[in-house]
Design a protein around this ligand. Structure first.
Ligand code: ATP
Length: 375
């Protein structure tokens, strides 16, 4: 879907980036000044690389060796920025129809389809000044979609919104990811957004790509700790809801191989495909199955890797149901338990640690969609 292999320069900053992404969201994650926006500017045609190539859905947008450098218009890029950048004097409807006209093509998506996808039918006759920040961003996404883009570039689209507004808009981004059928490059330095939305994660640091690949694989890599942030470090587990215990308000998520996580969300339904982000600091380890504890989630597996740090902590990567989970424990505990690769281990996760923003339904099994499916 997306292949980027570029080197280039903006001012004194050198960038060298090589990664690929499949269908759905490719997230560029990294600290401020890492080079994320420069990469999107190269894809958009706003910054010309000195070497390399950029291919989107089989079309070569740029190839230095072959002398190909598509114009901005030919590239058909949809862009969504931190601020919505709507025309203030036009209504939402006119902002959207203008985008379709400016795109100059018969679009593959109808106006009504896009309005329905983003839930903005009620807003069509309002002007941008009379919209909330989250509503403005939804309109900006609609405008980008109606220009019939080959790819959608979203640069920190939620950064200007408070937590409540972010939570309002995330479900629409989920739908966009599942239904829009086009590659999306999503720039963020919020791991919880990335964990929720991305299929592919690209870690950018100092103008270079440190790692790229399926989001769960990259998040479980301890060696990327400095780039991904130790405090928020964690892993992604995927599974599907096997049943919902309405009496206790707990959904049982089957991770495979008989491993079940119970999460406090009675609104889920059996068959929902789930992605759970479990922070390493919310996982405790035990050599034997615990008894007399309030913790409901006890997963069994084996230790894959123990990384002892200079300070008081150790990072332990464990295998569970063919997936990986990370635990951040003290170095003293790792020593006392004698943790080493191959050791059988029980992983304890408090149900309440999996708060709403750490879990997401990513489809329903009956719809045939599973997270990570490639179109
Ligand atoms: N046009 C330019 N001229 C000179 N330097 C630039 C230019 N554009 C970007 N830079 C520099 O390149 C570096 C990377 O910037 P970039 O905007 O790509 O980072 P970023 O990862 O998107 O950061 P942020 O998360 O803060 O937006 C920064 O040091 C920035 O100052």
């Amino acid at each position: 879907m997306l292949e980027v292999d570029v080197t280039g320069q903006v001012g004194a900053f050198s960038l060298s980036a090589c990664f690929s992404g499949g269908a759905g969201v490719t997230a560029l994650f990294g600290q401020s000044g890492a080079g994320k926006t420069t990469i999107t500017n190269m894809i958009a045609g706003l910054v010309k690389p000195t070497a390399g190539r950029i291919i989107v859905k089989g079309e070569v947008l740029f190839d230095a060796a072959q002398g190909i450098n598509m114009s901005l218009r030919q590239r058909r890029i949809g862009q969504v920025y931190q601020d919505a950048r709507l025309f203030p004097h036009l209504t939402v409807r006119s902002n959207l129809t203008f985008a379709r006209w400016a795109g100059g093509r018969s679009t593959t998506r109808s106006f009504d389809e896009v309005v329905g996808l983003l839930g903005i039918a009620e807003l069509l006759d309002r002007k941008p000044a009379h919209l909330s920040g989250g509503e403005r961003q939804r309109v900006a996404i609609g405008r980008a979609l109606l220009s019939d883009p080959r790819i959608l570039l979203m640069d920190e689209p939620l950064a200007s919104l408070d937590q409540g507004r972010k939570a309002d808009i995330l479900p629409y981004l989920d739908r966009l990811r599942q239904e829009a059928g086009l590659p999306i490059v999503y720039v963020s330095h919020a791991m919880e957004e990335v964990a929720r939305l991305a299929e592919t994660l690209v870690i950018v640091s100092g103008g270079k790509v440190l790692a790229h690949g399926p989001v769960a694989d990259i998040m479980s890599r301890v060696d990327l700790g400095n780039a991904t942030g130790r405090h928020e470090a964690g892993a992604l587990l995927e599974g599907s809801v096997s049943h919902v215990d309405d009496g206790w308000g707990l959904a049982h998520v089957d991770l495979g191989q008989g491993q079940i996580m119970q999460i406090p969300d009675p609104s889920l339904s059996a068959g929902d495909a789930m992605r759970l982000r479990i922070r390493a600091r919310d996982v405790a380890l035990s050599l034997s199955p615990p008894t007399g504890l309030s913790i409901r989630n006890v997963l069994s597996g084996e230790v894959l890797q123990v990384t002892v740090e200079d300070g008081p902590y150790a990072e332990v990567v464990c295998a569970v149901a063919g997936q990986t989970l990370r635990a951040r424990i003290t170095r003293a505990s790792a020593h006392e338990l004698g943790l080493q690769p191959g050791l059988k281990i029980f992983m304890l996760v408090k149900s309440v640690a999996i708060e709403r923003r750490q879990r997401m339904a990513v489809g329903h099994l009956s719809s045939g969609f599973r997270s990570g499916d490639k179109a």
